[in-house]
Design a protein around this ligand. Structure first.
Ligand SMILES: [Zn+2]
Length: 472
């Protein structure tokens, strides 16, 4: 408070900083006590929240509420993009102005569009007599955009937004990760449901065997490393020059000794120096544009996995890919896996055939019903595409060429695995198993539907033959 200039206007309580500075000897203890109490109890005395509201009259003898100028707020109005709707909006604003006397300040207002052509934009902004604004638009500090937010955008987009500005506290990172766990595995009360994959594995890029989520703390540091890169590369930016003049004063950023009485933000940024090597940071900016993902990946000790292309094949449905990823890693909650969590089970036997202990190997390859499903599918495809045994199947996934047939096979495989798993859950929860013929025809119809989209693309004659055969 002693840094606030004495001529600045008073706060909501009506007292300027001079009041406190002059009377500090008398009231200082009481002010500190009140603030301390707030931090301990989260309670502010009601009197401190009382605010004086001044109404400025618009006419000589005001006697109605509309005769005063209310305090104006930022206002967003939404409407459909058609010209007729824009005209209606304009009329409504005009009517509002004639009743209240409030006018739009055209120099401070803008119009934003989503999914509208350039010619139409011009027509509508001319109609409204407003200039066009550009995205991202921030409203109350939150970035907005014209397309719909998805779950992931919410969890990661907003997280990334704040992470690009601050070193987030551990507690916030943990809380966001808790929400991500729940989003991924489902929740049971306040906790996410039982799952096999560790968070560390989930946080690996897909090519390294994970799901491409990111470890909050490492990612936070990798995003902020951009500022270290800009400082050490001495970019021609005003803030970099400022840092160099005020803090570094000619010394090297990497060997610079941090004074004790420096700002909070600068201290946090300098402490990140130990998180990544200068070489890795330099490599992340090699293209001239800093890429945090390169830096993040450089901190990984894992190797890439061979099955990555097969599992994350773009032709497969996203839910099929996710399940296939779990099968390849033997991470589904089959009876043998449940045993590891010490979940009490009535029986460890396969819920489909009831004859063997349920494992990934049994359920997807050895179980009688699954074998029958595969026979149907291979008969339909006119060849046996993948091995019948779990471990050789996993090796096979990693060791093939990546042509058109590769993608078709992956798509069929993912659909088969998904349907077998769904039927297995039906056996447990509905006490009902479908026949191999019915499961196989479900797989066929999913594939035919997916291929209908692919068939629009240009294909070689061999690819066309395969396609005709399986879409028949
Ligand atoms: Zn079985």
């Amino acid at each position: 408070m002693f840094n606030i200039s004495s001529i600045k206007s008073p706060g909501p309580d009506g007292y300027g900083s001079t009041f406190f500075k002059v009377l500090w000897q008398d009231i200082g203890d009481e002010v500190c006590r009140a603030i301390g109490q707030f931090f301990e109890t989260c309670i502010i005395p009601e009197e401190l929240l009382n605010t004086t509201l001044s109404l400025v009259p618009k006419v000589d003898n005001p006697n109605r509420a509309v005769d005063y100028r209310p305090i104006a707020y930022d206002l967003l109005l939404f409407c459909k993009g058609s010209l007729s709707t824009v005209k209606v909006l304009k009329n409504v604003i005009g009517e509002f102005s004639s009743v209240t006397g409030l006018q739009i300040n055209e120099s401070k207002s803008q119009v934003y569009f989503g999914g509208v052509s350039a010619a139409e934009k011009l027509q509508k902004s001319t109609e409204l007599n407003l200039s066009e604004g550009s995205f991202p638009l921030k409203y109350l500090g939150v970035p907005m955009r014209p397309t719909k937010w998805k779950h992931e955008d919410f969890l990661f987009g907003l997280r990334n937004y704040w992470m690009s500005i601050f070193v987030l506290p551990q507690s916030i990172i943990k809380e966001v990760e808790r929400l991500c766990h729940g989003f991924l595995w489902g929740v049971n009360g306040n906790r996410s449901k039982i799952h096999m994959a560790s968070w560390a594995k989930v946080c690996l890029p897909k090519a390294y065997g994970g799901l491409g989520f990111r470890n909050g703390q490492v990612w936070n540091h990798a995003i902020l490393a951009k500022y270290m890169w800009e400082i050490s590369e001495k970019h021609d930016l005003l803030w970099v020059k400022w840092i160099n003049t005020i803090y570094l004063k000619g010394s090297n950023f990497w060997s610079y000794r941090l004074p004790l009485d420096t700002s909070w933000y600068w201290r946090k940024l300098c402490k990140l120096r130990g998180k990544f090597s200068y070489e890795d940071i330099k490599a992340a900016g090699l293209s001239g544009k800093f890429q945090s993902s390169i830096l993040y990946n450089s901190a990984l000790s894992q190797q890439q996995v061979g099955y990555y292309q097969a599992v994350w094949c773009r032709l497969s449905l996203p839910k099929h890919r996710f399940l296939l990823w779990q099968v390849v890693n033997a991470q589904l909650l089959t009876c043998d896996n449940m045993l590891r969590f010490r979940v009490p089970l009535e029986s460890l036997l396969c819920p489909v055939c009831g004859s063997f202990v349920e494992s990934h190997s049994h359920l997807f390859f050895d179980c009688t019903l699954s074998k029958q499903v595969l026979d149907h599918i291979f008969n339909w495809m006119a060849f046996r595409a993948w091995p019948y045994e779990f471990d050789s199947w996993r090796t096979w996934l990693s060791s093939r060429n990546h042509g058109f047939l590769f993608h078709i096979n992956n798509m069929i495989l993912a659909a088969v695995v998904y349907s077998i798993w769904r039927n297995r859950n039906g056996c447990i929860f509905d006490n009902f198993s479908r026949t191999a013929t019915s499961i196989a025809s479900e797989v066929k119809s999913i594939i035919q539907h997916r291929l209908y989209i692919v068939s629009k693309k240009k294909l070689s004659s061999q690819e066309q033959r395969v396609l005709t055969k399986i879409t028949m």
